[in-house]
Design a protein around this ligand. Structure first.
Ligand code: ACO
Length: 323
């Protein structure tokens, strides 16, 4: 059977780093509060010339170089983002143009923090359906542009950045020993919209709007939803937590990551954590964490890797990949 194997990874971060202490003169907060409640110590914030498209392009170029490929080899770009450069066209199409691609197709995917997990699942189906052989899957965000910088309960949590992977069609035997995407489970439930949303949009206010979040409410649902979708993925693949080599969760809050891993019985040393360095970069958080763990040699060819995310909508999902 056809499998979608990871051939390359890449990341790109804005030049400017903002430390927790940098908020202390802006809103009533402290480095200690932010670090204790979230695990975040710093985040990258985009300058005017750094956009979702430019960061996405930069991450894509690194992933292509890592794969030993050029834009000519790519059939499809799927960009996960909630902070596109424009309402339309899709920022994926802008990235396609920036890469000099005059063939193939590209589109954006909107599932907020779950965007990358949704995008990998979608790309896998395009590959297995025969519509594409090589797909660039990118998560790129500039959440700093939609934050209310006077709201201490949200502005300290998010950061900007981009990560990318190249997925390539390969032959598999149909077992979990195959390289590539092995199982996935996606969920959404629009009943939770008011707990995490942006209070603007083209069809309502005609403005971009700002992120609004009832953090405590999101937290309350997060662990249950995350573990539920992971257990579904485990049973689809016929594995248990012990079979995993690496758990690469959405990087929103260290306490959510720790509680989810504990409930699932995933050993602490198998969990990739980058929330301290990047904050919550929404759809970019999983591919950014992946590229860190690949670059430092933790994730290696043949490893069994579980990706997971949960975010606005609510949306949530998990993907199991043999690296
Ligand atoms: N500095 C200091 N105090 C603060 C800050 C801050 N930056 N922010 C809030 N507080 C205060 C609150 O006002 C509150 O004060 P009060 O008790 O006087 O009312 C107190 O701290 C406690 O607030 P809580 O909201 O109960 O704090 P909690 O421990 O829940 O932590 C947090 C807040 C970090 C937001 C947590 O709820 C969380 O991580 N939630 C989940 C967020 C998440 O996972 N999002 C993922 C999806 S993101 C996406 O999809 C885009």
């Amino acid at each position: 059977m056809i499998r979608s194997a990871v051939r390359g990874t890449g990341a790109a971060l804005p030049r400017r780093i903002m430390k927790n202490a940098d908020f202390e003169g802006m809103v009533e907060t402290s480095d200690e509060w932010i670090a204790q409640r979230t695990g975040i110590r710093q985040r990258h914030i985009a300058a005017d010339d750094e956009t979702t498209a430019s960061l996405g392009e930069a991450a894509a170029r690194v992933a292509l170089a890592d794969a030993g490929l050029t834009p000519d080899d790519i059939d499809l770009i799927v960009l996960a983002t909630s902070t596109p450069n424009n309402t339309f066209p899709a920022t994926a199409v802008e990235i396609q143009n920036r890469l000099g691609m005059q063939h193939g197709f590209a589109f954006d995917m909107q599932a907020v923090c779950s965007g990358f997990v949704y995008a990998v699942t979608t790309a896998d189906l395009y590959i297995r359906g025969g519509l594409a052989k090589r797909v660039l899957v990118i998560g790129s965000e500039t959440f700093s542009r939609i934050l209310d910088w006077s709201d201490r309960s949200t502005c300290v949590l998010f950061g900007d950045g981009a990560g990318a992977v190249v997925l390539e069609a390969g032959e598999g035997a149909g077992t979990i020993a195959d390289r590539g995407v092995l199982a996935a489970s996606l969920r959404s439930d629009g009943a939770h919209k008011e707990k995490l949303f942006v209070d603007g949009g083209p069809s309502t206010t005609g403005t971009v709007g700002h992120l609004r979040m009832e953090g405590r409410e999101v937290f309350k649902h997060a662990v249950g939803m995350i573990t539920d979708v992971i257990e579904t993925t485990f049973s689809a693949a016929g594995i248990t937590a012990d079979d995993l080599d690496w758990f690469v969760p959405h990087q929103a809050n260290k306490r959510i990551i720790d509680a989810s891993a504990k409930k699932l019985g995933i050993a602490e040393q198998k969990v990739v954590v980058t929330v301290d360095l990047h904050g919550n970069t929404s759809a970019a958080s999983v591919p950014l964490a992946l590229s860190v763990a690949v670059a430092d040699g933790r994730i290696k060819k043949g490893d069994l890797v579980l990706l997971e995310a949960m975010g606005g909508g609510f949306t949530w999902g998990a993907v199991l990949v043999r690296w």
